[in-house]
Design a protein around this ligand. Structure first.
Ligand code: UTP
Length: 293
């Protein structure tokens, strides 16, 4: 196989309504909810950078301007902090340089597939990555991030890749599920995909978990697509149509995934990160023990 085209662009669909997190998400995007002191969207952008991705494309909607501000220069804040002798390094690598980011608007939240299609002109004719920032993919200590693991696999197999994880069978009907073929290490061939299947008709308990590498042809499939489950234009349905025409693999992430679109997942992620941190882990552990009595 010739060397596949590199993955240079990432799409971050952030135009969802975030209804499971109301009222917190009434005025701020759920992607700006912090895990300790970094917003979810920042973790996703950092994961993209680690994987060698240079251009970030955000599909936004109404009420999402905090995301643009977050990645911009905060001139007044930085000036005031400098004047007061405060350490600017706490801002971290939050700036995205000119030309390294683009924002497109999804005017109506018609589904994840529709959000991705809104980025078609900026993605152009090259393979690209997708990050769902509310799925927080936390690398193992000393390990690499989810997208880096996927890009490494992509350089060997090319085509399309999804990240997957196994869940108890009774939970599958909340997710996109793969029909698995041959397995080799962390890679599984994908024979089919189904969005939110009833438990008794699910082809496996391997669910799609918020990271994708897709070929640009998916945009043409999305263009022609009808609404699917939940009355939304589903990315899973578009990908399912590409199976058989192009290589399709799933990568089982070696790390932890937290569903930060749900309250319980968000609290768990916050605790896990806080417990791991050198500057607060011991205090958080002592605090938790105290609270538990
Ligand atoms: P979710 O299924 O988590 O939907 O979308 P949501 O609307 O954000 O949240 P709830 O279910 O109402 O709480 C998965 C990802 O797809 C994006 C979301 O922003 C999220 O990153 N999305 C979803 C869009 O960008 N547009 C859509 O029309 C739907």
């Amino acid at each position: 196989m010739s060397q596949p085209k590199p993955i240079r662009k990432a799409v971050f669909p952030v135009a969802g309504l975030g209804t499971r997190f109301l009222p917190a998400t009434k005025a701020i995007p759920k992607e700006m909810l912090p895990i300790v002191d970094r917003p979810l969207i920042q973790y996703a952008v950092d994961e993209a950078r680690e994987a060698g991705i240079e251009q970030m494309i955000f599909v936004t909607g109404r009420g999402k301007s905090a995301i643009e501000d977050h990645f911009d220069i905060a001139f007044e804040l930085e000036k005031t902090m400098s004047e007061r002798g405060k350490d600017l390094s706490v801002l971290g690598p939050t700036r995205l340089g000119p030309g390294n980011c683009a924002y497109v608007r999804q005017q109506e939240p018609l589904g994840l597939g529709h959000a991705i299609w809104c980025a078609r002109d900026i993605v152009g004719d090259e393979p690209f990555a997708i990050f769902l920032p509310d799925e927080f993919m936390h690398a193992n200590p000393g390990g690499t991030g989810c997208m880096k693991q996927m890009v490494d696999a992509y350089t060997h197999v090319g085509g399309n890749l999804l990240s997957v994880l196994e869940v108890p069978r009774e939970q599958v009907s909340s997710y996109g599920v793969i029909d698995p073929g041959a397995e080799s290490g962390a890679l599984t061939q994908v024979r089919g995909l189904v969005e939110k299947p009833p438990v008794d008709r699910a082809p496996s308990n391997k669910i799609i978990s918020g990271r994708y590498i897709l070929q640009p042809q998916v945009m043409r499939v999305l263009e022609a697509q009808e609404k699917g489950a939940g009355g939304e234009i589903q990315l899973t349905d578009a990908m399912a149509r590409m199976i058989g025409q192009q290589p399709f693999h799933a990568v089982t992430f070696d790390g932890q995934r937290y569903d930060c679109g749900s309250k319980l997942g968000y609290v768990e992620a916050t605790l896990a990160v806080a417990l791991e941190r050198d500057d607060m882990g011991a205090d958080v552990r002592a605090m938790a023990q105290r609270l538990l009595g």
